[in-house]
Design a protein around this ligand. Structure first.
Ligand code: CA
Length: 454
C-alpha cells in the first residue's frame, strides 16, 4: 500500500487526488521539507522519501507523468529515486501505465481530470495526439521536451524460427525465408509490436523492408501488450516482437527466442522514445518545465556512467518499478547481448542503451531533424491519411510540437558545457545499415530512395 504525503509551502496538505486514479500503479512519496518549520518525516512507503528543495520561483511544484516499464523510462525513475527532480523543486508523480493506449487516454484527461500531464512516448504519438489523429479527433496539443534514450530496443525472434537465422540484414542471412514460412505453415509469419503506428512498428517495418520483405504483404503485423510476449512467443502467437528492453533480453535469457536485430544495428544512435508534456501545462508552467528538464538531464548523465549501472538495475528491477529479475536489467543496461540465432555474446557499450553521451552528441536534445523522421516514416507507410500526407504537413506538425529552447535553457542552468549544447535544430544526415540516407533537408530524397513503401 502506498501512502502519499504531499506537503507544500502554500497548502499544508493538497488533496492527493491521484492516489485513487493510479489504482495499483505507482506513486512517488514526496515530502516537501523546509516549509513552516516542518521537520522531514518518513512516510509508510517502502522507498526512501525524497526531500523536495523548495523553489518558490516555480509556477507549480508537481507534475504527473506516465511511464511504461522499459529502459526508456529509466531517466524518469532515476530522476525520482535519486532526487534529481526534487533538487530543482519539482515533485514528479510517476505512474506506471498499463499500456500505451492507457497513457494516451490519461494524457487526454490531463492531471486535472485524473490522468497525467505527460510522460514517456513512442513517436509520433505526441504529435498525433496534438493532431487528434489517435484520439478520436480530440486535439490535445503536446510538446516534445527531450529524448529519453537512444538504442536499447530490438527485434526478438522465436526459437521456432531459429532455422531462419534472422539477423539485421535479412537479405544476407535469410533469403526467401518469409515466403518459405508462409508455404510451410499455411499462414504468414507474425510480427508484433506494443502499439501501432509508432516506434516499434516503424522499426520492424524498416527492418523487414530493408531486407526486401514487404511488411504489408509477406508478414502479418499485430499488436501484443509487452507482458504477454513471453507466453505469446512460447505458444506461437507471434514469431517476432519489436520492443524495448528488458523484453528482448528476457526472451533470450529465458531461452524462448533470440535477438535477431538490435535497433542500434539498424541505425546507430537512433532517436528512440521522448519526454513530452501537454502544451497547456508547459505554457502555464514554463519554469517548472525547465526544472523538469534540469532533473532529467542530470538523471541521464548519472545513468550513462558505467559505475552507476548496477545501482540503476537494482532500483529499476524492484517490485515498485519494473518487477523484472535483476540480472536481466543488469545485462541490458550494460549492453551485454546475445546476438543472432547462434546467441553470440557481445558487450559493446556503444551499441546498448544510451542516455547522455554518444558519438553524435548529447542524446537528450530534442533535435527537430530526428522528431521529424517519425513523421516522414508515417508518410511512407500512410499511417495517418488526412492528417499527415505531405512533407509540408510533417514539417508544420513537427515545428509546433518541439521545444528545443527550454532544453537549452535547462542545460545551461545545470552547467552542461557550452560545447555539448547543440546550436541548431538538425543533427545532420543520418545513415541506416542498408546504406539509405535520411537528409532532414530533403526528406523526399529519402522517401524516393526507399524501395518498399505503401
Ligand atoms: Ca522503444
Amino acid at each position: 500500500m502506498l501512502f502519499i504525503a504531499l506537503i507544500s509551502c502554500n497548502s499544508m496538505l493538497q488533496p492527493p487526488r491521484f492516489i485513487s486514479l493510479l489504482g495499483g500503479a505507482l506513486a512517488t512519496s514526496i515530502l516537501l521539507s523546509g516549509c513552516l518549520g516542518n521537520p522531514p518525516s518518513r512516510t509508510t512507503t517502502d522507498s526512501k522519501p525524497v526531500s523536495i528543495v523548495a523553489n518558490p520561483n516555480l509556477e507549480t511544484q508537481t507534475i504527473s507523468l506516465g511511464f511504461i516499464p522499459i529502459l526508456e523510462a529509466a531517466p524518469l525513475v532515476i530522476g525520482v529515486e535519486k532526487g534529481f527532480f526534487a533538487k530543482h523543486g519539482l515533485a514528479v508523480n510517476l505512474s506506471k501505465q498499463a499500456s500505451w493506449g492507457a497513457a494516451r487516454d490519461n494524457v487526454v484527461l490531463g492531471s486535472g481530470g485524473g490522468g497525467i500531464d505527460g510522460g514517456q512516448w513512442q513517436l509520433p504519438m505526441p504529435q498525433m495526439i496534438s493532431e487528434g489523429a489517435i484520439t478520436n479527433g480530440k486535439k490535445v496539443p503536446m510538446v516534445i521536451l527531450a529524448m529519453l534514450m537512444s538504442q536499447g530496443n530490438g527485434i526478438a525472434a522465436s526459437n521456432s524460427v531459429k532455422n531462419g537465422n534472422l539477423s539485421v540484414d535479412l537479405k544476407t542471412s535469410s533469403p526467401g525465408f518469409f515466403d518459405q514460412f508462409s508455404q510451410k505453415q499455411g499462414r504468414k509469419f507474425k510480427a508484433a509490436y506494443t502499439f501501432p503506428k509508432a516506434n516499434q512498428e516503424i522499426w520492424i517495418r524498416y527492418w523487414l523492408a530493408a531486407g526486401g520483405v514487404n511488411p504489408d504483404q509477406a508478414v502479418e503485423l499485430l499488436k501484443v501488450p509487452a507482458p504477454e510476449t513471453l507466453q505469446g512467443m512460447k505458444n506461437g502467437t507471434m514469431e517476432a516482437f519489436s520492443t524495448g528492453d528488458p523484453w528482448p533480453t528476457r526472451i533470450s535469457k529465458d531461452n524462448i527466442g533470440y535477438l535477431a536485430a538490435t535497433t542500434a544495428q539498424i541505425w546507430k544512435v537512433h532517436p528512440e522514445e521522448y519526454l513530452a508534456v501537454r502544451a497547456d501545462w508547459v505554457d502555464k508552467n514554463p519554469k517548472a518545465a525547465v526544472a523538469l528538464l534540469k532533473g532529467l538531464i542530470e538523471a541521464q548523465m548519472w545513468l550513462d556512467k558505467p559505475e552507476n549501472k548496477d545501482e540503476a538495475a537494482t532500483i529499476l528491477s524492484s517490485r515498485k518499478w519494473y518487477n523484472v529479475p535483476l540480472p536481466v536489467l543488469q545485462a541490458s543496461l550494460k549492453s551485454q547481448y546475445k546476438i543472432g540465432a547462434s546467441g553470440t555474446p557481445e558487450t559493446n557499450l556503444t551499441m546498448g542503451p544510451l542516455y547522455w553521451n554518444s558519438d553524435r552528441g548529447v542524446i537528450s536534445y530534442p533535435y527537430k531533424s530526428l522528431t521529424l523522421w517519425f513523421l516522414i516514416e508515417s508518410i511512407r507507410w500512410k499511417f495517418f491519411p488526412g492528417t499527415l500526407d505531405t512533407i509540408e504537413q510533417a514539417r508544420a506538425i513537427n515545428d509546433k510540437g518541439t521545444r528545443e529552447d527550454l532544453w537549452r535553457q535547462a542545460a545551461k542552468e545545470v552547467g552542461v558545457p557550452e560545447k555539448d549544447i547543440p546550436k541548431g535544430t538538425s543533427r545532420g544526415k543520418e545513415t541506416f545499415f542498408d546504406g539509405i540516407v535520411y537528409d532532414p533537408e530533403n526528406p523526399q530524397a529519402y522517401l524516393s530512395a526507399l524501395k518498399i513503401k505503401k
